[in-house]
Design a binder for this molecule. Structure first.
Ligand code: NAP
Length: 259
């Protein structure tokens, strides 16, 4: 399907690997000029080359920490007038809520709520003026089905989701949509780290932990990053203009509810 967004510009935060990279790849395949980001410059450059090797899109690297004001300034200086903003960042650590002090909470809120809100604030009025904008937040299935040990993630990402629900109806008449993608388990470095920690805690092999997790999912597997990338591509496409304030769960059917 032609997404109808060739020549548009997209900032994709935290996109040198994993889910962000998959979103960048999908958009680049459709001819979008992608501005990719990550803290590790060499990994970022390698990803840019990978995207250039398989697409004809322009790829611009913006190295930096998106959760800092400087990192966001660099992204906005490179692309002050994006048509598309994919909000993404690393997830906060797991733990016991009794151990989290104010500083821990502020860090999580900064990384998974306030950073995204700052970027939306910086780009949304330009999108409204140009009558096209697509904003997608990569959050987590834990927004819909909270996981006890991921309290920092549950809290910060729910805050972002609630904030966006409040503004998404005010921008859509100008063809600017704001939506969320809520991933369940996907094959990325992040899930590999979680599995390694689980294997260590349970004194089992990594393969046993992996198989156990996969068996617990109705799909019997983890998601493939390109599956999330394709969902992102659709939300960002010319056909996405009638969808706003929504949060799409990509979890292989784990969430057992009707809606
Ligand atoms: P990943 O494979 O570990 O990739 C994370 C990417 O983000 C890397 O390119 C990393 O590069 C970059 N990054 C991390 N922190 C950054 C920062 N502060 N500034 C700029 N770039 C940053 O992770 P993922 O699986 O794609 O996860 C993406 C998001 O989805 C995370 O918030 C994660 O918690 C959430 N999520 C993932 C899953 C899953 O199963 N994979 C499930 C639910 C939610 P550098 O390290 O070089 O900066």
């Amino acid at each position: 399907m032609d997404l109808g967004i060739k020549g548009r510009k997209a900032i994709i935060c935290a996109s040198s690997k994993g889910l962000g990279k998959a979103c960048a790849m999908t958009l680049a395949q459709d001819g979008v000029h992608v501005f990719i980001n990550g803290r590790t410059e060499e990994v970022l450059e390698k990803t840019a080359q990978e995207i250039r090797d398989v697409t004809e899109a322009q790829v611009t690297c913006v190295a930096g920490d998106v959760t800092t004001a400087l990192g966001r300034e660099k992204l906005l200086a490179a692309c002050p007038d994006p048509d598309i903003l994919i909000n993404n960042a690393g997830g906060p650590p797991a733990g016991n809520f009794r151990d989290w002090d104010r500083e821990t909470w502020i860090k999580a809120l900064d990384a998974n709520m306030l950073t995204q809100i700052e970027l939306i604030k910086a780009v949304v009025d330009g999108m409204i003026a140009r009558k096209f904008g697509r904003i997608v937040n990569i959050t987590s299935g834990s927004v819909k089905a909270p996981i006890e040990i991921l309290g920092l993630s549950n809290g910060a990402r729910s805050g972002l989701t609630g904030f966006c629900a409040g503004i998404a109806r005010s921008t859509v008449k100008d063809n600017v949509t704001i939506n969320g993608l809520m991933p369940g388990p996907f094959e990325t470095d992040r899930i590999a780290e979680i599995i390694a920690a689980e294997a260590k805690a349970k004194n089992i092999t990594i393969e046993q932990a992996r198989k156990g997790r996969m068996a617990a999912n109705p799909a019997g597997r983890f998601g493939r990053p390109e599956e999330l990338g394709a969902a992102c591509g659709w939300l960002c496409s010319q056909y996405g203009g009638f969808v706003t304030g929504q949060n799409i769960l990509l979890d292989g059917g784990s969430f057992p509810g009707t809606l």
